[in-house]
Design a protein around this ligand. Structure first.
Ligand code: HEM
Length: 330
């Protein structure tokens, strides 16, 4: 049911852009106004969410570690698992962000015959997630060819590597195959695994559908309907140089693509996709495990007014002496 309601949202979006550009001819709205608005919502929303997280106090050192931390010199420490300082913490974060290390250790529980509960690793989810995110990143970077003139050398290099298997004309990008396969796997998990289906919300499906819609409309344009790429570049350069212009006859598929991209960007800050920014601010990951070396002061502790024993003794000195009680200061 959740999967269906998210699909209806995507169908309504598709209908909107088809009516807007295919029938009503609102190319300026869908090619310029909506993309600009989406980028503005994306940037402001992103900054707002990050500021909210960054302002939240972290009362305790809650670094999670699963290795021996630094202690006596003759006990071997595992510095990546239990980073003693900022340098090693950056290393651990890099592995998390680039290779999803925590997800690699993800386990799943299953009931085996005889009601036996078995825990086993779930490397397929890790592989699917990694394949999806890396191909998305490469596709995103490859798109810089539309927005930059001259096209940077690294973008040309990326393209060349991605076209390694020169099958079909235009050459097939490996990332196009990988992203669709990975998205279908991630969706299939939610559809066919009863445990995952049970906890899946409409927003879980929507995020996947939107990315799939962006990828499929892009693939449609590149391999099937074809669009005027010079006109696309003219529009894209106009957008980044703030001199927007809409060239004639780019084609409906392009507007569908850009509209889904715009919706994805505008939706981003309000959705679970914000995990992209959240991972950097995750205290269990980004704090060094130096509890014994450095005192972590709780930033939300109020200033406590202390009354030391010495002060107390000074205050009641006469009475203490009168009662014959020995004083600390002699
Ligand atoms: C989140 C951002 C985006 C994603 C994930 C994405 C995804 C894709 C994919 C998977 C393709 C298929 C071919 C390829 O891999 O290059 C494609 C093609 C295309 N995309 Fe995007 N796209 C994005 C943003 C944009 C934007 C903002 C534009 C506006 C200029 C755009 C314009 C195009 C065009 C013109 C093609 C056809 C390329 C060709 O025929 O070689 N895309 N896109």
């Amino acid at each position: 049911m959740n999967g269906l309601s998210a699909l209806i949202v995507v169908a309504v979006l598709l209908g909107t852009v088809w009516l807007g550009t295919g029938i009503a001819g609102q190319e300026l709205l869908f090619g310029v106004v909506i993309p600009y608005a989406a980028i503005a919502v994306f940037l402001l929303g992103l900054v707002y969410r990050i500021l909210c997280w960054a302002r939240a106090p972290v009362p305790f050192k809650i670094t999670t570690s699963c290795g021996q931390h630094q202690s006596l010199p003759w006990i071997k420490a595992n510095k990546l698992e239990s980073p003693p300082d900022a340098k090693w913490t950056v290393g651990r974060m890099a592995l998390e962000i680039l290779f999803f290390r925590s997800l690699f250790r993800n386990t799943k529980a299953e009931l085996a015959p005889g009601q036996r509960l078995i825990h086993q690793s779930d490397r397929l989810l890790w592989l699917g997630a990694l394949a999806f995110h890396w191909s998305f990143l490469i596709i995103f970077l490859r798109h810089l060819r539309f927005f930059l003139e001259p096209v940077p050398v690294f973008v040309q290099g990326l393209e060349r590597v991605d076209e390694l298997f020169q099958v079909a004309v235009p050459t097939l990008f490996l990332t196009d195959v990988v992203i669709v396969a990975a998205l279908l796997y991630l969706l299939g998990r939610r559809f066919f695994n009863p445990l995952v289906r049970y906890i899946s919300l409409a927003s879980d499906y929507l995020a996947l559908y939107l990315v799939l819609a962006v990828a499929l409309s892009g693939i449609l344009m590149r391999y099937f309907t074809r669009v005027d790429l010079l006109a696309v570049k003219q529009l894209a350069l106009g957008l980044v140089t703030l001199r927007p212009a809409v060239p004639e006859g780019i084609g409906l598929a392009f507007y569908v693509h850009v509209f889904f991209v715009s919706v994805l960007f505008a939706y981003f800050p309000f959705s679970k996709l914000m995990h992209m920014g959240g991972v950097f601010l995750s205290p269990t990951r980004n704090m060094p495990n130096d509890n014994r070396k450095r005192r972590h002061v709780n930033p939300i502790n109020p200033e406590v007014e202390v009354h030391t024993y010495a002060q107390w003794e000074e205050e009641f000195k006469d009475k203490l002496e009168g009662a014959g009680i020995p004083l600390d200061r002699g």
